[in-house]
Design a protein around this ligand. Structure first.
Ligand SMILES: NC(=O)c1ccc[n+]([C@@H]2O[C@H](COP(=O)([O-])OP(=O)(O)OC[C@H]3O[C@@H](n4cnc5c(N)ncnc54)[C@H](OP(=O)(O)O)[C@@H]3O)[C@@H](O)[C@H]2O)c1
Length: 352
């Protein structure tokens, strides 16, 4: 890259915003030029406005930056990383897209729009070309590109490998989701200590729908949703980072799907060339653990710098065909790291 591409972070002080700050430190292509948040933070130095919750220290570049409002005038950049809540994102993100900026969003506000890519580049990099249609439909000179809900992320990556090989027909999934997925300060300690909360508002609907768009085929400027039935339970557990999902799947080619073949297919899964060599490309895309008690969030969430999907406990399912456990780091692969990967794909496909 000749000169770094200026980027802004909206919602920079929150749980996902902090991951952006950390992952963009010394990024080879991008330079952070604006940090935006709510009125609570505007006008303060980032280090004063933010209750830093990551293990690694706050990067020096961010400490003295003055937090600006999330407006087109204040957060001028080529790429805008959005870590805003849905209602706010719904209103603000189109303003940036109209002003010529590429919005890489974590919010769910536009994920279901027909002309908005819902991207995991390692499995559906071709869907990025929906932005051409989006620009025509919405008269944007910029665009909006989204990443999925953090629970769908690892599950869908594993399903893609199995779908290509055997055809996936049905999925039954139970999530055990980390606290950082609820933002900061998130769930009250008295609600979650010594406890599991068996409902996360709006989450089951996302896990039952978003994978169908990502596993769908792009044809003639439209995505045909994958013909897969989903049933999901989503729960919150007292883990800081890393969403675990226990999944059972029914496959079209039942007989061929023995455990060893499935393991090999997951382990060898490789993305299309355009998504393989980007700075944030997961290496490997999927790691298969053979131990009987892995993956575990605390031990495995930072595999591949938090970008790798970790699968284990692959075995026959007595009701459906196969069952397994999948782990993905929710604020890295499932949020900020995923958005940065999407932005890198936009750049490499000359779609900025
Ligand atoms: N956490 C995850 O694992 C995860 C994964 C995937 C997707 N997501 C999605 O990512 C988004 C952010 O989630 P989060 O967990 O990071 O939330 P969070 O910790 O609550 O952070 C929210 C951020 O938004 C800012 N903000 C609030 N109101 C604003 C306004 N009116 N204008 C501008 N900025 C405003 C806050 O700034 P102040 O500090 O100034 O209030 C803060 O920086 C949500 O849409 C969420 O669903 C989260």
């Amino acid at each position: 890259m000749p000169s770094p591409i200026p980027v802004a972070i909206l919602g920079a002080t929150g749980s996902v915003g902090q991951r952006f700050i950390s992952l963009l430190d010394n990024h080879p292509w991008f330079k952070v030029v604006a940090l935006a948040a709510s009125d609570r933070s505007v006008g303060q130095k980032y280090s004063q406005a933010t209750r830093w919750i990551l293990n690694e220290p706050m990067p020096d570049y961010a400490k003295d930056m003055i937090v600006v409002p999330a407006t087109v005038e204040a957060a001028q950049a080529k790429i805008v990383f959005s870590a805003l809540h849905n209602e706010i994102a719904k209103d603000l993100e189109p303003q940036f897209a109209r002003a010529g900026m590429a919005v890489c969003s974590n919010a769910s506000s536009y994920r279901r729009d027909e002309d908005v890519p819902l991207l995991l580049p390692e499995i559906n990099a071709d869907h990025i070309h929906l932005v051409t249609q989006q620009r025509k439909n919405k008269n944007y000179s910029g665009c909006i590109v989204t990443n999925p809900n953090c629970t769908s992320t690892g599950l869908t990556i594993a399903l893609k490998a199995l779908d290509d090989a055997f055809g996936v027909k049905k999925v039954f999934a139970v999530s055990l989701q980390a606290l950082s997925g609820a933002g900061y300060p998130g769930v009250a300690s008295l609600d979650i200590a010594d406890n599991v909360i068996p409902n996360i508002k709006g989450e089951e609907e996302k896990v039952e729908w978003e994978p169908r768009k990502m596993l769908g085929k792009l044809d003639n400027g439209k995505i045909a949703l994958a013909d897969i039935q989903f049933s999901a339970h989503t729960t919150r557990v007292a883990v800081t980072d890393g969403h675990l999902v226990c999944a059972s799947v029914e496959l079209a080619s039942h007989a061929q799907a023995d455990v060893q073949t499935a393991e090999a297919i997951l382990r060898d899964f490789s993305p299309v060339e355009s998504a393989r060599e980007l700075p944030s490309s997961p290496r490997p895309v999927i790691q298969v653990r053979e131990e009987a008690d892995r993956p575990q969030p605390r031990l495995d969430r930072l595999t591949g710098n938090g970008m790798t999907t970790v699968v284990g406990r692959i075995r026959r399912d007595p009701i459906l065909d196969l069952k397994f456990v999948v782990l993905s780091h929710n604020t890295i692969r499932g949020a900020a790291g995923g958005s940065i990967y999407n932005a890198e794909l936009l750049v490499s496909e000359n779609l900025l």
